[in-house]
Ligand binder design. Sequence first.
Ligand SMILES: [Zn+2]
Length: 464
Amino acid sequence: MPETARPQQTGAPARKENIAMRLVRGEILHFFSDPGDDSGAQRAQTAFRHHADGGLLVGGGRIAFCGDWADALAAAPAGTPVDDHGGRLLLPGFVDTHVHYPQTDIIGSPGKDLLDWLDRYTFPAERPFGDEAVAAGTAEFFCDELLRNGTTTALVFGTVHPQSVDAFFRVAQRRELRMVAGKVMMDRHCPAYLRDTAQSSYDDSRRLIERWHGADRLRYAITPRFAITSSDAQLQAAGTLAREFPTVALHSHVAESRAEVDRVRELYPQARSYLDVYDRFGLLRRPAVYAHCIYLDAQDRRRMAGCGTAAAFSPTSNLFLGSGLFDLRQALDDGVTVGVATDVGGGTSFSMLRTLAAARQVSQLNGYPLPALRAFWLATLSGAVALGLDDCIGNFAEGKEADFVVLDPQATPLLARRMARAQTLEERLFLWMTLGDDRSVSATYIRGRCRWQRDAGAPQVHLR
Ligand SMILES: [Zn+2]
């Protein structure tokens, strides 16, 4: 019981100046770079840090120290309270690099394919988000669901209505979440009730950027839905916004299904490829995230790698809609930044663990058995890099914001039984991504404070 072993502190009340600091104990894993395919290799050894009995010291919402428990304890001022998650794994919070909060209520809708699913389910579902009360209620549920699943940051689609983004950001701001979101720009090939214009989408986006970009932990993303639903004039307006606001993110879809790619070729015959449509309007850069990226060629990947534009790999969505198999290894080999994404509601789960399971399955079908360490790097640090947020989240480097998740190896009887046979960290990570889901997340911390926990008994808090 090192927390109470120091005689000078026995019975002493916590000192006032230490109230904002907190020690969190547990096994710790975090990444500094891509661990690659071989966990025994030199690259892997420097790519991550693992502390079997680790401690995080947090203060002012940031990481003050991360290391072995004994060192964390020594670094902490006397009286620092402790959250003890012994036997559980602390990871940086998951980063969901592409998700639609207004589609929460159509998850699991049986569309025949992408374009059918958009027409039959998505567009009607997005209609009521001009009502801020509807938008706020959905945003509250959506943020609860993210925290239940250990996701602390997401790149989020609103609807065409600016109110949908105001409502989402208000909810996220109240919860002190680090979120990136934007209003959909969509002026053709969709129902009239969801249509803006090039000018109104420019004006509304601009107002939202001025109101929200950089407010507390929030950032804005210029969000044309995809090339099919934006006119040339609207993509031009998006490019103008991108030039005027160089730190704002860009967020859209590209090359998700074959029928979509064919349609884009008809609409933009002058473009070399689907990705090139966006490039021509100045919509590729960092941070920019394009969901799916299934039907790209080598030249597209080189272009993305060269300008830091990221791909959001959305495996449950791609399997559910039958869109295709993203070639993860090829993208990584070509230097493309890749994040993992749930893409709810085309995706079938808010859980990044379920999403990693699907990522492994898709990769297997492409002849690439995605290793667990690399999968967890993709879901944490690589997602932060994709969003241009790796200066403030993504790992436990000192000074970064203390958003993290606690994974329980005993979450279900099967997981507990199977974990008991696991010998290595890689084996355990693989079990979490194969058998895990929201039940595996025992707590989620935002800015160093526990904002969600599964069982009321944990974490055990006692004073040093
Ligand atoms: Zn999407």
